[in-house]
Design a protein around this ligand. Structure first.
Ligand SMILES: Nc1ncnc2c1ncn2[C@@H]1O[C@H](COP(=O)(O)OP(=O)(O)OP(=O)(O)O)[C@@H](O)[C@H]1O
Ligand SMILES: [Mg+2]
Length: 168
């Protein structure tokens, strides 16, 4: 029997701070072996969510966009490592496989991971972040530390046996 995908959360997140809090809320249900895929345009808030998630796990080191390193491993006080992957520059899923990650021992969060993680795990938590205003262009001309709060729609969909019956 295949487990149908189910929506864990469909909500509007109104601020940078609230996005971090949502990450912490996700962290509360995560354990070793879990795979989280973050989808959304540039500047959507994927790293912001991961930062809150990491803080809640007691992740060591700065959680930032790992664009130039592909993957960064953060030991956590919660137990399992947090592995933060940015698949933006990956051209195919095989490259992700090449990273030789210990998928079963870690909590793996993959920015731009949709279409890249198929077959890696039978269970995935898919987080889609879109700009609630409807505009899909993100202004990249200003200081990234000074981006005004703006609502985001966040849709969290769970697939696979790991998430059967799980609620947030
Ligand atoms: N509601 C919100 N939720 C999340 N971030 C927000 C929100 N409103 C404004 N922001 C701002 O948007 C930016 C999101 O940047 P972030 O690096 O998290 O995006 P990203 O999706 O990881 O981008 P990239 O694709 O470049 O990795 C931050 O500057 C953050 O302060
Ligand atoms: Mg990012």
């Amino acid at each position: 029997m295949t487990d149908p995908a189910h929506v864990l959360l469909d909500t509007t997140v109104h601020s940078t701070e609230a996005m971090g809090e949502l990450g912490a809320r996700l962290a509360a249900v995560l354990r070793a072996g879990d795979l989280v895929v973050l989808t959304g345009p540039l500047g959507a808030g994927k790293t912001t969510l991961t930062r809150g998630l990491g803080a809640a796990l007691g992740a060591r080191g700065q959680v930032s966009s790992p664009t130039f390193v592909l993957a960064r491993t953060h030991p956590t006080t919660a137990g399992p490592d947090l592995v933060h992957v940015d698949a933006y520059r990956l051209s195919d899923p095989v490259e992700l496989d090449d990273l030789d990650l210990d998928w079963d021992a870690a909590i793996v969060v993959v920015e731009w991971g949709r279409g890249m993680v198929d077959g890696i795990s039978d269970s995935v938590l898919d987080v889609e972040i879109t700009r609630a205003t409807g505009a899909d262009d993100v202004r990249v001309d200003h200081d990234p530390d000074d981006v005004p709060d703006e609502p985001r729609r966040v849709l969290v969909t769970a697939t696979g046996p790991r998430w059967a019956g799980v609620a947030l």
